[in-house]
Design a binder for this molecule. Structure first.
Ligand SMILES: [Zn+2]
Length: 203
């Protein structure tokens, strides 16, 4: 099997990791560039759990998946933590954060739906992002605007125990905009697979 990032054959590797984790879509050399995230981030009353720091290697992979439409990478992101997440969140329904319709159409798939499908948990996609608002590089005004473009689809009922997921957390504004739609009675856990270095370094 070839590593999905560097295309090296894992069978030809000198490292035991490549034999031990033969099903990992990345090779040892590529995987070791990903750095585990050891902190939890607090947002309002919620704790945000994360597995990786959003560094260059992670970003390269995510861009290849999301912006270059490389669907084959869908299992790369959760592979090393999949079983831990399955055990921790076994009784929850996954809630996907929204992507604009324009982006989903361009990509041909909802990147989070594919990414989190390996957990085998029930999943809902209750939000609509009205237009393509890219938060990066926007000031506080841009982040306020996002509140107005995240809407709830019609006839959505939220299960009692939910797990909100995303691929990377930067400003958290999309997450915050979605949280205001979720009923107070819900038991909410939040998991973002990676956290930006800036957010990670916050006290
Ligand atoms: Zn590799």
């Amino acid at each position: 099997m070839r590593c999905l990032m560097c295309e090296k054959r894992k069978e030809e590797s000198d490292h035991f990791f490549d034999y031990f984790y033969e099903k990992d879509p990345l090779c040892y050399e590529c995987r070791k560039k990903w750095i585990r995230c050891k902190k939890k981030r607090k947002m309002d009353t919620h704790l945000i759990h994360s597995s990786w720091i959003y560094n260059e290697a992670y970003a390269e992979c995510l861009i290849q998946y999301k912006e270059c439409f490389d669907e084959a990478l869908q299992d790369v992101f959760l592979f090393p933590v999949k079983n831990t997440l399955k055990r921790k969140y076994w009784n929850r329904t996954v809630i996907l954060l929204p992507s604009s319709n324009e982006k989903i159409e361009k990509r041909g798939f909802h990147h989070l739906e594919k990414m989190y499908s390996s957990l085998g948990l029930p999943m809902i996609n209750p939000f609509i992002k009205k237009e393509n608002v890219d938060q990066k590089g926007k000031g506080s005004k841009g982040r306020e605007e996002i509140q107005n473009v995240i809407l709830l689809k019609e006839n959505i009922s939220f299960p009692k125990r939910v797990l909100i997921v995303d691929d990377v957390m930067t400003t958290g504004s999309t997450l915050r905009a979605c949280l205001r739609w979720i009923p107070k009675e819900c038991d909410i856990q939040i998991y973002v697979n990676s956290m930006s270095v800036k957010e990670y370094e916050l006290p």
